[in-house]
Design a binder for this molecule. Structure first.
Ligand SMILES: [Zn+2]
Length: 210
């Protein structure tokens, strides 16, 4: 994803060098939006972001890009404002969530297939998953005595998820400080594990609510 999109180098309207501004500094016309979420927000690509700062930027950009402001502008600017608003919303949804943000950074740094690996069995959890499946089977077969066991399992998986989240926060800081690919690899493995644990929690919740 990195560098696949080059921002326009000159203003489409007046030809002035545009650098990476959203609006031309000379004629003030809206430029084609940057597809990179971090650049779009004018941020360095970091794994730790200040959520309040991000929100302020989001509100400001929403106002600047709102399609209502472009009804009397050129059709090209109207089109850019719609495109930019769509990117803005996707970017905000992604960057404000630490997990989605980390997945985005992994993809941005060339890690392939960040999501589909969630189906892989986490070997360290094999035994717990085996017991969990037994309890799920029992409950599905109408054996209500399996319920407390599932509740215990659920708490255990939630505790695991919290631990993973704490470890991720540490790795996020480490990555921002070092930009090390090795750290990204660790983050990717933790995200896989988190997704796996999350799926287990969801499965147990589904059964317990039946
Ligand atoms: Zn211009």
């Amino acid at each position: 994803m990195q560098d696949t999109f080059k921002h326009a180098e000159a203003c489409w309207q007046c030809g002035t060098p545009a650098e990476q501004d959203l609006f031309c500094r000379y004629c003030n016309s809206l430029q084609p939006p940057d597809l990179d979420y971090f650049r779009f927000f004018g941020l360095e690509p970091r794994l730790k972001l200040d959520p309040e700062d991000l929100q302020q930027r989001y509100y400001k950009l929403s106002r600047l890009l709102h399609p209502d402001r472009y009804t009397r502008k050129t059709s090209r600017e109207r089109e850019y404002s719609l495109e930019a608003t769509a990117i803005l919303n996707d970017a905000y949804r992604t960057l404000r969530d630490p997990i989605a943000r980390a997945e985005y950074v992994l993809k941005r740094e060339g890690f392939e297939n960040v999501e589909p690996r969630s189906k892989n069995v986490d070997l360290e959890l094999l035994e717990e998953v085996f017991e969990l499946n037994m309890a799920l089977e029992e409950l599905r077969a109408g054996d209500e005595s399996a319920r407390p066991q599932l509740e215990v399992a659920r708490d255990k998986f939630l505790a695991m998820r919290s631990e993973i989240d704490r470890d991720l926060q540490d790795l996020f800081e480490e990555y921002d400080a070092t930009r090390s690919r090795e750290i990204l690899e660790k983050i990717r493995r933790l995200l896989d594990r988190r997704r796996y644990v999350q799926n287990l929690v969801a499965e147990v919740d589904r059964e317990l609510s039946n």
